[in-house]
Each structure stands twice: as C-alpha cells, then as structure tokens.
Ligand binder design. Sequence first.
Ligand SMILES: Cc1cc2nc3c(=O)[nH]c(=O)nc-3n(C[C@H](O)[C@H](O)[C@H](O)COP(=O)(O)OP(=O)(O)OC[C@H]3O[C@@H](n4cnc5c(N)ncnc54)[C@H](O)[C@@H]3O)c2cc1C
Length: 512
Amino acid sequence: MRITPGLAGVRGDVDVLVVGLGVTGAGVALDAATRGLSVLAVDAHDLAFGTSRWSSKMVHGGLRYLAKGQVGVAHESAVERGILMEVTAPHLTRSMPMLIPITSSMSRLQGGLSRAGLRAGDLLRRGARTDAETLPGPRHLSATETLAMAPSLRAAGLRGGLLGWDGQLEDDARLVITLARTAAEHGAQVRTRARVLSAAHGEVRLRDETTGSEVVVRARAIVNAAGVWADQVLGEEGSRTDGIRLRPSRGTHLVLRAESVPDLRASVFAPVPGETNRFVMVLPQPDGTVYVGLTDEPAPGPVPDVPEPTETEIGFLLDVVSAAFARPLHRSDVVGAFAGLRPLLDGGDGSTADLSRKHAVITGPSGVTTVVGGKLTTYRRMAQDAVDAAVAHHGLAAGPCVTASLPLLGAASRTELAALEEPARLVRRYGTDAALVLSSAREVTGLSDAELLATVSDTVPVTLAELVFGITHEGALDVDDLLDRRTRVGLVAEDRAAAVPLAERALALTRT
Ligand SMILES: Cc1cc2nc3c(=O)[nH]c(=O)nc-3n(C[C@H](O)[C@H](O)[C@H](O)COP(=O)(O)OP(=O)(O)OC[C@H]3O[C@@H](n4cnc5c(N)ncnc54)[C@H](O)[C@@H]3O)c2cc1C
C-alpha cells in the first residue's frame, strides 16, 4: 500500500478508522494494522501537519515528571525512550549530550538540584534497562572541559558543568512519515488531504480535500488522534458528552545558524535567571542549525492550523541564552522561529489537566476512542492503550500488541547503520532504506547519482533523491509537503526559497 492524497478508491468498511496522522495517529494505524485489523488512517492536511513537527525533537527520559513526583509516568517515558532508540528506530535517533553550565551566579540549591536530577535520570535509564552504550551515565566536568564542549559559553564565572545524556530525534516529522510508511507496509490505507467532518457511532463522514467530494465510511472502531483539534472532530455535542474540551498552550523555538553559537558539541541547558529549576535549551541540529526553546504561554481562542511565535517569546529566549553565552544574541541571529500547541484538558469547571505529562484515552458515549496528550517519546504506548481500549469497547477480534519489538522501516543496529555506504544524510533519515531512496529515484528520473545527490547549496543539504522519494513513496503532493514535512528546509525562510526550484523539479520529474 502507498500513502495517497485524497480518498479515491478507499474501502467503505473498515475495522478501525484513525483520525489524524501526527505521531499518535500514525502510531495507532501501525498498532492496529499489525494486530490484523483493517485500517483507514486519514489527515485533513498532510502527515505530521500538526504539533508533531513543532517539537524540540527530543526523546525524553522522563526526568521532569520525576521532579514532580510522577514516578510511573517517568518510568514509562524512560522505557519508551529505550524501545525507540534500541529497537524500533535506532536510525532516526541518537544520544544527545546535554550540558548544564555551573556558574558562580548559580545558587547552591540550583546546582544541587541539577546534580540530583541527572543522577535520578541515570537511575531511570537503568530501571528501563536501556544500555549505557546507548545513553552513558552523567558526570561532572571542569570549566576547561565544559568550554571544550561549548566554546561559546561565557567563561567569566564558569565553575564547571554537569554532563548528562538523553535521546534526540533526527527529525520529528520523519518519525511520523516512517511510522505511516510502516503502517501502510502492514496493510493500512493511509490517506492525506482527507478531512473528517463528523465521527460517531461507527460512521465517519469524510471530505476529499483534493476534489471536494464527500464519502461515508463504516468503522467498527474510531480512534480520534487529532491532537489539539480532537474536540473539533467530535463536534460541539460530541465533545460535551465525551468530556473532551481542549485549551492549548503554546511552546516556541527559535532557529539560529550554527555560527551564532559556534562549535557546540552538546546541547546546553541555560538556566532562566531568577528561577530555581527552569532552563532554556540550546539544541544543535545535524543540518547546520541550532534550536533555542522552549516557552509555555496560554493560547486562548480558535486553534490555528499553524501557530505563530510572538515577539515577546522570541525576546525572552534570546535574553536567557545571551546571559549564558559570551556573545549576546540579537534578533538578526534568528533565521526562523516555530511554535507548537500542547493540549490542556479543560475540566469544564475552570480546572485544567496538563496532558503533556500523562496521555488520556477516553471512549465516550459517541463510541469514539479519543487519545490525546502525551509526547512523541511515548507515542507507541499511547497507540497501544488506544487500540486496547477500542478493541475492548467494540469487542473486535484482534491479536496482541506487537509494536514494542517491531522495527520501523529502515531500522537496523547502530553497527549495521554505521557500515552502510550511502551518503550520511540519507542513512540518518532513511536508515537501511537509503539505498532504496537512491535506486527508486534513479529508476523514476533516469538521472545520474551525482545529480540526484547534489545538495541545494552548501548550507541547504536537501537532495533531489529525497524529494523524489517523498513523492513516490511518502505521499507528498506539492512543494509545501516536500519542503515543510518530508524535509524541514522550510524552518528557515531563506533556505526554503532556495530549495523551491528543486522541489518543483522533483514534482515535474515524477508527473506521469
Ligand atoms: C512546543 C512543543 C515541544 C515538544 N517537544 C517534545 C519533545 O521534544 N519530545 C517529545 O517527546 N514530545 C514533545 N512534545 C510533545 C509532542 O510534540 C506531542 O505530544 C505530539 O506531537 C502530539 O502528536 P499528536 O499526533 O497527538 O497530535 P498532532 O501532531 O497535532 O496531530 C494531529 C493531526 O490531526 C489532524 N487533524 C485535525 N483535525 C482533523 C480532521 N477533522 N480530520 C482529519 N485530520 C485532522 C491534524 O492535521 C494533525 O496532523 C512537544 C510539544 C510541544 C507543543
């Protein structure tokens, strides 16, 4: 099965219909398909159109939940991190050194808490049985060692550093796309540009956004994985009776060129001045950029398709990082900025529950199973819980969940991945499928490897081969799909503009 835009030829009767193809919905589609259920999974826009492409791209060990006394949630996160990094997607993840600079302006309490936090994080790793080869233990660094890892840190007042390890994703959207491809490989029908207009009592009305035509599909179970839009999918009446009312809060990141904070060999957790245990993260990326995040601002009112960062958030992030680094950052250092929405579950009585910690799975009177909240790291467990709930509620005949031991397409051990001969960028983004990306692009276009692997420019590493593969194997329909989700060049407007001609060429070459 191929991922396809629109609803042409779709089966009108399925076991499970999944609404939303973010990481949660793609995970649900894979979980249900590998239990032997027939699946139709749809997204109103594109794969990874929503919150899943606006994350910090970290595979969390759950430390911050431990800090809040939520031991069970922290353990679950650490277990899922281990599964993702060691079994299901070693090709899309790597270990990320994280450095907390210890300065003379840091209080004893702040230093002590940071040290205790990293030690507790290592206990979580051990409890989850994740190998120390995957995530080494924490250690204390001298000021000289700290500056060797992050030479652009402010040296004055630097007493040393704390070094810990967590997981990092190559790209959040790529995880979603790989999940969707794997689900399709196991028989799921995966359709983009397919909007759910209503869903209740086993009947789903959908609109094909490529043609405007509407279809009704009968589904024995419906799983609503529409993220911050989950209440809209249920409609006014359904969201009230099912008890799903969401109030989003916004998290913003900046994108800088690597030259703005030169030679970073670790992510840096810069303490927010005046606060005991709050940090802004400076996260180097493999494509020559660095992300700076994260804010947490209420975002009342209608939920936008694409949330926008505010100048106040941008100013706050620049100020915190400038206080920790030798050269102050300016607005002109910011080459891109993006924001994502976290769901808060509105209790209706003025109370809210922050679902960014523990996810919720609710099957309401509409018969729809809504799964919302959680995080990228725990998508697999969320999918398992949602499919378990739907199967139990509707009495479906399904096999047990197998996803904890099911490698995604392209996965292999780190030793096998290191031995592959394809270009490093392709291996990081497609694993063992790097060869398929190149061979299929060769076959479709008739072009030479030199032309297929030429990058847009020295600073824009995107190649024609990946764009062609995005169209032929990953359901990309237009330039936006290619530049904003199949690749992430769209995060920097200047780079995006440079890549548009190559995306248009890929579309022209694949047009039949
Ligand atoms: C700023 C920020 C940073 C984060 N960083 C991290 C991190 O570093 N690590 C981590 O583990 N987690 C992180 N998270 C959490 C994580 O990103 C989210 O929990 C996760 O991406 C949510 O995925 P989802 O699939 O539930 O929702 P979404 O990704 O929002 O997917 C919902 C999908 O539903 C579709 N949809 C909506 N309405 C309809 C309809 N009517 N018909 C069909 N489709 C529809 C949308 O188009 C969308 O694609 C972060 C979250 C935020 C906000």
